[in-house]
Write a protein that binds this ligand. Structure first.
Ligand code: NDP
Length: 311
């Protein structure tokens, strides 16, 4: 065990993030947790780590991190406990067996992604044990950890955030969004719904291109242009907020015809059409709901209604 890790702050309950040498515990050493523990080590923080699969700690231990023998030992080692787990279920799996008294006065910085509801329940779970809880939504891959150009959204008690801002800023720029513990999780999920759907549309395009003998590199300029939606988002945003879906520049009926052309192009090429079929189905519902002559932005109103409850 490294002398920079466990015991580096005598395992005290200090949660003073202003201390530039504050001890930090990182629980969960997937690609993200490893990058985070590495960033803390780079900045001279004594770091204790714990992971279900201990071998993932090897490189960090070689760099000076302390490897805790149990999750409880890891929590005891620092006032700030960063969680980088797959989801909140993993948090309960890891921390559920820890003596509840150990959490008192510590802060759980939960950078595991999950739903807003589960983030709120996680914050309540921490509060029952006397711990502070900050929900984080990390908007960068592991390569961005340690850079102030990357951002993490936080929500939770403002005083807890401010007290620990210096430690949080070791990871990325830290943007405080509000007190509701679910808020950072919501903003993260808003980011992800656009990210995953856009990226999957790129995989779809590469698959179609490949079926026609084109490589990903052949369509890179086209892909960069097609996925840059800045002009569209800036145009639609004020109109959507004003409830203006007038079909002056685009009409949903045109959108449906186009979405079906995309779907048929996939099918002609023998490429899986699950994603374009889903897109065409959303457009079809919009037209069926009476929006054929409205802008494609009227899909916002259609999507607000749960699919099962339409007349
Ligand atoms: P991984 O899923 O690769 O790693 C998650 C960690 O959770 C591992 O240490 C794993 O342990 C642990 N874990 C999962 N389930 C359990 C369990 N039941 N009990 C104990 N430990 C468990 O995730 P990442 O490192 O990639 O990401 C961590 C979090 O950050 C996720 O919530 C992710 O959504 C979020 N995130 C990730 C980004 C990325 O690009 N990777 C970007 C932005 C956010 P073990 O090693 O033993 O399997």
């Amino acid at each position: 065990m490294s002398d920079r890790g466990i015991g580096g702050d005598n395992g005290d309950n200090s949660s003073n993030g202003h201390n530039s040498n504050a001890s930090v515990t990182v629980i969960g050493l997937g690609p993200m947790g490893q990058a985070m523990a590495g960033a803390f080590l780079d900045r001279g923080h004594p770091v204790t780590v714990w992971n279900r699969t201990p071998s993932r700690a090897d490189a960090l231990v070689a760099r000076g991190a302390g490897l805790a023998g149990s999750a409880e030992e890891a929590v005891r080692a620092a006032g700030v406990v960063v969680l980088s787990l797959t989801d909140y279920d993993a948090m309960y799996a890891v921390l559920g067996g820890v003596d509840p008294a150990v959490f008192a006065g510590r802060v759980l910085v939960n950078l595991s992604s999950d739903t807003p509801e589960r983030a709120r329940a996680g914050a309540a779970w921490a509060a029952e044990r006397g711990a502070g809880h900050l929900t984080g939504g990390v908007l960068t891959p592991p390569s961005g950890i340690g850079s102030s150009e990357a951002t993490t959204f936080y929500s939770g008690p403002p005083d807890v955030f401010e007290a620990h801002r210096p430690v949080l800023e070791v990871l990325t720029a830290a943007e405080y969004k509000g007190e509701d513990p679910g808020l950072a999780a919501l903003l993260y999920q808003l980011n992800m719904v656009m990210f995953w759907t856009s990226l999957t549309s790129y995989w779809q395009a590469v698959a179609l291109a490949g079926a026609h003998g084109l490589k990903a590199a052949d369509i890179l300029p086209l892909a960069l242009d097609a996925t840059n939606l800045t002009q569209f988002l800036e145009f639609y945003t004020p109109r959507v907020d004003a409830g203006d879906h007038s079909g002056d520049v685009d009409r949903l009926a045109m959108g449906l015809a186009s979405a079906e052309h995309v779907l048929h192009t996939m099918r002609d090429a023998g490429v899986d059409g699950t994603l374009p079929a889903a897109v065409a189905e959303v457009f079809r519902r919009g037209v069926a709901s009476g929006h054929a002559g409205d802008s494609c932005s009227s899909l916002v109103e259609v999507l607000k209604v749960p699919a099962g409850s339409r007349g």
